[in-house]
Design a protein around this ligand. Sequence first.
Ligand code: FAD
Length: 306
Amino acid sequence: MTLADISRHCYELTQAYLGAQNASSIVQETQEAIRETRAIILTEVFSRWSPLNGEISFSYNGGKDCQVLLLLYLGCLWEFFALQVSRSQYAAAYQRFPLQNLFSVYIDLAETFPSLETFVDETAARYELSLYSSRREHGAQASDMAAAFSDFLERYPETQAILIGVRATDPFGETLKPVQKTDKGWPDFYRVQPLLHWRLAHVWSFLLYSGEPVCGLYEHGFTSIGSVDTTLPNPHLRGLGETAPQHKFQWEVEHSYGTAGSGINARPLDPSDVSWLAALGEDKYLPGWYLTDDSVERAGRIKRKK
Ligand code: FAD
């Protein structure tokens, strides 16, 4: 697929989700959340910075939130192009999608799960990301995320704004705004945060409906993925595996875009993560999408006992 193909696909899947009628209250809330996010991207962001020349970049770490934002952003990119075509004096047949890759950045300083690393690589290819990886480009020189972004800006000084899949329920998220400058101590650019109003249930509703691949760790009880040293499956999903109740997203899975009825596309785990999970003990965990309580989403983000 080209960036044009995947952007169009994301546009169409978003429209299909927005067009769903008589669906659950979660779907209706998510439709509203999507409209708000799209308005931020299409009106606030694209009127300020061009999505075509490197002024806008995308922070991507393979997590569910930035994947949702990426799907919406790609859909908006297609809409931006379609609007340009409709305003042009030249026939649509003579117009080509103006981008081949999406500028994006992955800060991989901390040791993370091999399954997540593989997922980032696979999806970077699927979504045609031109992905700057801090470790690959700069070795392990940067000491923290802010320093890693300074390195990134040195390499891509045209960057003005970076999209982030942060939500208001994340730590310190409640005071954030959709578009704001970075804090003191951070390199100078605009943070674009169009998912602040999203709840956990909205994320799963849209992601499971999308039929897109999902990082396999989520299938094994993870709900928020940090470094290997600080992440465990969510204890609120423990021990429930034998008597799996229904989750709240049956409609989404049954009607998933382009893949209806074929189940959730969670990627297989890397064998080293399978061994790592086995070493934690016998407990079974329900998949991450069984958890919709935002207040305990990060209950697995703790210091692991050595
Ligand atoms: P998550 O909940 O997993 O991440 C939330 C989002 O952050 C993700 O969806 C993704 O878009 C992005 N992200 C997280 N980790 C990575 C990564 N390793 N590589 C690429 N993207 C990632 N903190 C401040 O105090 N002041 C700032 O001005 C500030 N500016 C930031 C600008 C950017 C572009 C980013 C990505 C982060 C910034 N942060 C800043 C840090 C931010 O507030 C979070 O602490 C950080 O993103 C990790 O969040 P989390 O652990 O909640 O991860």
